[in-house]
Design a binder for this molecule. Sequence first.
Ligand code: NAG
Ligand code: NAG
Length: 353
Amino acid sequence: SHLHTIHPLAFRAAPQLKSVMLTDNDLSTLPVRVFSPLTMVEEIYLDGNQLEIIGPDMFEGLSGLLVLGLSRNKIRNLPSDMFDGLTNLFLLNLGRNNIKKLAPTMFHSLTKLKRLRIYHNELEVLEAGIFDRLVNLEALNLQHNQIKTIPPRVFWSLGNLRELTMSSNRLEGVPHKSFYNMPKLKKFTIYSNPLLSLPEELMGHMPYITQFYLYDTHLTTVPGNLFANMSGLQDLSFHLNDWLRYLPPDLFCCLPNLKKLSLRNNSLQDLHPNLFSMLTTLETLYLHNNKLKTLPDSIFQKLTLLVTIDLKNNNLNTLPGDIFLSNTALKALTLSGNPWDCSCTIRGFARWI
Ligand SMILES: *[C@@H]1O[C@H](CO)[C@@H](O)[C@H](O)[C@H]1NC(C)=O
Ligand SMILES: *[C@@H]1O[C@H](CO)[C@@H](O)[C@H](O)[C@H]1NC(C)=O
């Protein structure tokens, strides 16, 4: 409605209001305590305005508030006690603002909060203890910030979390055991971070995650047990990591449901003979756009359900004649873009073709 001001007494006459929607206006300031007559209010939406500063007592006393939307504004700073007393809040949306810092006690009243959205801001650090009281939180969205480091155990109270998104930040590493105690997690993103290495013991049990992407990092390798607790994975895309050269032999040890594995566009040079030996349910395997020079004879032996394999754009000269002998379900094999050496060494493989 292009509203750019609200009268300080605008809500005096309507103390029974439950929902206030001021979304997509041109508000750049709000009068002091303008909402305070609304003792029964449950939802306040201020998303999509021009707010830069919000007074510390703006939401004081609104203990019945369930939803507070402040996304798509120009907020830089939030007073540390701004949400104190909002003990019933279940959704807080701070996404798409210019927030650089959040005080460590900022969310400590919000013990019923289920969704906390802080995506697309300018956060550089997460303070230790900041999420400690959010024991009911189900979704935490932190993607597209400038977060460089996270303190140890910062997520450890979040045992009810279903969704944690932290892609597109500036993380170069994460502390040991950071993602422990989230057994209900269904969606987890950490791609597009300049990760240099990951610690041994990072992921706790997260059996409900079926899809996981790890791409656009600076990883050269990863610990062998990285995916060991992600036993429900069906689709793993560990691709587009320019620096990734080496995969430990037991990396895919514990993925009894995996159907699709993409390792394309990494810098893999050789693969351990047992790398895929536990992936008996695998149907699709992408290895294209790597630097593979040779492949061990038995590398695909246990993949009896494999339907598609892509090996294009590698450095393969030849392949063992019996490399695909046990892949009886195979329907599509791509071999183009390799410097095949058409001498006697390739005879066995040519015969198989
Ligand atoms: C898997 O999760 C369990 C419990 O969360 C933990 O004790 C174990 O160390 C984890 N394993 C790895 C490899 O992180
Ligand atoms: C993957 O690698 C190929 C060949 O090097 C390149 O042409 C393509 O752009 C890469 N894909 C992405 C998404 O970077």
